[in-house]
Design a binder for this molecule. Structure first.
Ligand code: UD1
Ligand code: UDP
Length: 380
């Protein structure tokens, strides 16, 4: 049996890796050695619990206020010893977090092939998102197999000189995870959310955490949310707050105590996808949410100046609005008040996947390791 080691450490990686782990576990050509770094703790464990993933190894690296170099060095040190002992035939890393890039470097240094899931996303600005654009470019340099979610991401890789034979367009496994979860009508743990679900009220679902938005921009987001809430008391804002204290200290003071704002702890994935399907409009700086919401036909306002996920912008369900307070208020208000404009953004599109990305991932890994053929690619 071939030994395959998925390595991940944060919430979005866990969500996107869950279908991959499950597909490797179900395939008797592979032994799957799940390794987590613990870059996130509660937010990682919450996902693993939902998908029934019990890691074989946990580096438990999280430190409050961790710097990027803390994450990088603690991950590489921990993984180097583990890779020497476990000798996997290949590792799988996902996306653009520092765990992901550290995992790729550690494996590359040990001569172990790196399979990069969600390869080829590019904003074309090295400093935004920071440090993700740099992280994914570094991972590209050391990967043996590049699993591009869409034809756009494949083209980005080819433009940088990656051989076409080393790229497979799989779709994004986030759609596999979403489709496996969203129809389940999972009950909210918090009764306030259950009450909201049956109230029929219009919901603005908000998430924010990006490093480049922390500080002034995020304080502006908090002020914008307070203005939106006060100007439309019938609207309910739901904000599942990221665990990062820097984020909470910036956003929450302006909105705490407002009666039509519900601030929660991070929602378990099943609860979050249900809230996503209940939401009228989504306001976010998240990568994963930009991919999921269009599948559910939800208009998404992205609090960033650029995106490495242009497909849904082109399709018209996602709009980049930046982080200016006035603009956030204006754009959000317009979506709630202008029915024609709302309808123009509220069509369901699936540019990021068809729910079969994990099986294409396993097939591509099998081909890389000489035990199978890749399947038909995702056509985006
Ligand atoms: C990380 C990723 C980012 C990804 C995001 C998803 C990097 C550099 N950043 O950013 O690409 O979009 O995750 O959410 O890899 N914390 C906890 N418990 C948790 C999670 C976080 O306490 O479960 C707190 C800790 O104080 C930690 C801080 O949040 O120091 C920041 O976490 P970190 O992983 O460094 O950065 P994120 O902004 O979460
Ligand atoms: N998500 C979740 N609970 C929440 C907020 C988000 O499960 O309270 C999920 C969301 O559905 C998406 C992922 O977390 O799949 C996005 O994670 P995040 O925004 O932290 O990171 P990014 O995608 O920006 O890297």
């Amino acid at each position: 049996m071939l030994r395959i080691m998925p390595i991940f450490g944060t919430r979005p990686e866990a969500i996107k890796m869950a279908p991959i782990v499950s597909a490797f576990h179900a395939d008797d050509r592979f032994e799957c050695i799940v390794t987590v770094t613990g870059q996130h703790r509660e937010m990682l464990d919450q996902v693993n619990e939902l998908f029934g993933i019990v890691p074989n190894h946990d580096l438990n690296i999280l430190q409050p206020g961790q710097t990027l170099s803390d994450i990088l060095t603690r991950t590489i040190n921990g993984l180097d010893r583990l890779l020497a002992a476990e000798k996997p035939d290949a590792v799988v890393v996902q996306g653009d977090t520092t765990t992901s890039t550290a995992g790729a470097i550690a494996a590359f240094y040990r001569g172990i092939p790196v399979i990069h899931a969600e390869a080829g996303l590019r904003s074309h600005n090295l400093h935004s998102p920071f440090p993700e654009e740099a992280n994914r470019k570094i991972t590209t340099q050391v990967a043996s197999l590049h699993l591009a979610p869409t034809s756009t991401s494949k083209a980005n890789l080819q433009a940088e000189g990656v051989n076409e034979a080393d790229i497979v367009v799989t779709g994004n496994t986030v759609i596999d995870a979403l489709l496996a979860t969203v129809g389940k009508e999972i009950a909210f743990t918090d009764p306030v959310l259950e009450e909201l679900a049956s109230s029929g009220k219009r919901i603005l679902l908000v998430t924010t955490h990006r490093r480049e938005n922390q500080g002034d921009a995020m304080r502006g987001v908090g002020r914008a949310l307070a203005r939106i809430a006060k100007s439309d008391p019938e609207l309910v804002i739901v904000l599942p707050a990221h665990k990062n204290p820097v984020v909470r200290e910036a956003v929450l003071p302006a909105i705490e105590g407002l009666t039509n704002v519900i601030i929660t702890e991070p929602l378990a994935y099943g609860e979050f996808t249900r809230m996503l399907s209940l939401a009228t409009v989504v306001l976010t700086d998240s990568g994963g949410v930009q991919e999921e919401a269009p599948s559910l036909g939800k208009p998404v306002l992205v609090m960033r100046d650029n995106t490495e996920r242009p497909e849904a912008v082109v399709a018209g369900t996602v709009k980049l609005i930046g982080t200016d307070e006035e603009r956030i208020v204006e754009e959000t208000t317009r979506l709630f008040q202008d029915a024609e404009y709302f309808e123009s953004m509220a069509s369901a599109v699936n540019p990021y996947g068809d729910g079969l990305a994990a099986s294409r991932t396993v097939a591509a890994a099998a081909q890389l390791l000489g035990v199978g053929q890749r399947t038909q690619e995702f056509i985006s």
